[in-house]
Structure formats: structure tokens, C-alpha cells
Design a protein around this ligand. Sequence first.
Ligand code: AHG
Ligand code: MN
Ligand code: MN
Length: 340
Amino acid sequence: MKKHSTLGEFIINNQKDFQGSTGELSRLINAIRLAAKVVNHEVNKAGLVDILGAAGETNIQGEEQQKLDVYANDIFMQTLTNRQIVCGIASEEEDDFVVIKGNNGKNDNKYILLMDPLDGSSNVDVNVSVGTIFSIYERVTPTGEPVTQDDFLQKGDKQVAAGYVVYGTSTMLVYTTGKGVNGFTLNPAIGTFYLSHPNMEFPKKGNIYSINEANYVHFPQGVKDYLKYIQNQVEKGHKYTSRYIGSLVSDFHRNMIKGGIYIYPTSTRAPKGKLRLLYECNPMAFLAEQANGLATDGYQRILDIQPTELHQRVPFFCGSSSMVTTIKELMSAYPEDADY
Ligand code: AHG
Ligand code: MN
Ligand code: MN
């Protein structure tokens, strides 16, 4: 693959990698590409048009929705529904999963999609990078029937594709179909994504740690021990640096390129963690593993967790393999259900 192929060319060239492929997954990635460009256009106008600030509603998880949360959700929902490219969608911003019916009332598509339409939305009003995260599975219920909760509550290990869009200093779409991770940068002048980051990989070791340290007193002891371990390493002359944007997509993207770990543990404030297993942790864990990194809830591989509810939250430790291994070792000194 030559370095500057477009995303469209890349999708076509790689379609043959899927045995028995009917082109459905390729069409789905194409639809995501289109929705990403529309959301990107609006994110870049933020400040000029009335799109900043709160929408006046809260989502099912009790979080205040920003106007851009609602806008991004609508664009992705509409694009995927209009093209009738999936048979069901679940979104962080929707109370329940959405069944997509075909024109004749039947839908023969085999994929479902889960998404966090706008990740890091608290950063929107202050011109800091935000993102979109998506996760794709094959349905497990019979084709042609309406999808059920079983289709959405699959282990992350069953994902067929996952990715994110980062609306940053440049806009990138990064995704995997289980054959490594590739990143595409949008040329805004012509609206085309180009392959700019082929075969992305986490460096094995990193020196960046990303955690909201304001919650320190509420962290489990294993996480406190890890932060102490870093301080001890620094004292010995090793270089570590703390970087926390507060947009998982942006923090993950930087850590994958430079080497680092992202940590959102449980705390007494958020006893199950904050991040959502289906919309945030599973897709990022799939990308991480495809990029030589690791992702765990502190005790268990994220992709092995059997989801029990759509909006389930889990603790999340993700990044360069040696860093994730170290914190996992420190966590293992304490029982998972310890009361802090
Ligand atoms: P979202 O905007 O989709 O609700 O996600 C925000 C998430 C994640 O992106 C970010 O890393 C984390 O919340 C930040 O949480 P804190 O402000 O508690 O650090
Ligand atoms: Mn999010
Ligand atoms: Mn969100």
C-alpha cells in the first residue's frame, strides 16, 4: 500500500481480506467517513454558530448533554439509518438501542454499531480536541428479524471493527478491522482522508501517564501505589510526564503515538469507574491490542468482559504494554472488591 492512498482506496484494497465479504463492512466504514466529515465541519464552526453550550437535557446516565453531543448523535444516526447500512445502533446519548428497519420492514444487514458520538464534550466550549468512537459487531440473532439486546451485549472480543475520529489540530480517522491500526488525516480543502499513519503501534514502554489526579484520595490502593512507583522512578532519574486532556480519544491518540498509559480507575465517587464499556472501553481496547498495547479493568482483559447492560461502566487502564503490565501487577496485591 503506497503511503498516500485515500481512505476510499484503502477500504476497497482491503475488502478482499474478508472471506466471503459482500462489501457491507466497507460501505459501513464509508458511511462513518461521511458522518465524520459533517460533524467535523460543525465542530470547526463552533464559536461562530449557535452550537456551543448545553442543550438543556440530560442523557440516560444523568450527564448534561451539550448541543454538539446531540448534533453528532443525530448526524451519525441519520447517516447510518438513511443508508440502511446497519440493523441496529446503540449510542451513549440514546436511552435504548435503536432497531433499524428496511424499506420493506425487513433489514437484511448483518452489522450493528455502538458509538460515543462526541467524546470529551466538556472540552468543546474551550476549543480543545474532541472525538467520536465507534464499535462494530456482527449480529447474533437471525438476519431479517429485529435486533435484540443480545446483539449489543457481546464481549468486546467479538468486534469486527472499531475506531475513532479525533477533531484536533487536524482531523483524523483511525480504525481497525482486526488487521492492525491505520490512521487517515482529512485534507479539509478537498474533504478527503489520506492514509497518513499506516500500522500505528504503541511503543512497548512509554513515559506519559494520563489520569485525573484530583481524584487521588478516592483511588484504589493499587493505583496510588502505581503513582508512587512513578515518583520513585523519577527520583532515580527516569523520565515520566503527566498529560491529561479529559478527552479519552485525544489522550489515547497521543499515548499511542508517543507511548503512555491512560487510567480511569474506580473511586469512591465512581465505584464502577466512569467510562462506558460498550461505547468507549471496548473499541479503544480493540484498537490498543491491535496496536501492540493492552487494556484491562485492573484485573481482567477488557475484551473478555461479558457486558450485562448497555450503559455499563468499567475501570479502564489502557496503553503501552509494559506500563499496563506494571499497574496490573500492583493492583493484584489488593482484592478487586476491597473497600477503600
Ligand atoms: P463524554 O464526553 O463522552 O461523556 O466522555 C468524557 C470521558 C472521557 O472522554 C474523558 O477522558 C473522561 O470522561 C474525563 O473525565 P473526568 O473529567 O472525570 O476526568
Ligand atoms: Mn466519552
Ligand atoms: Mn460522549
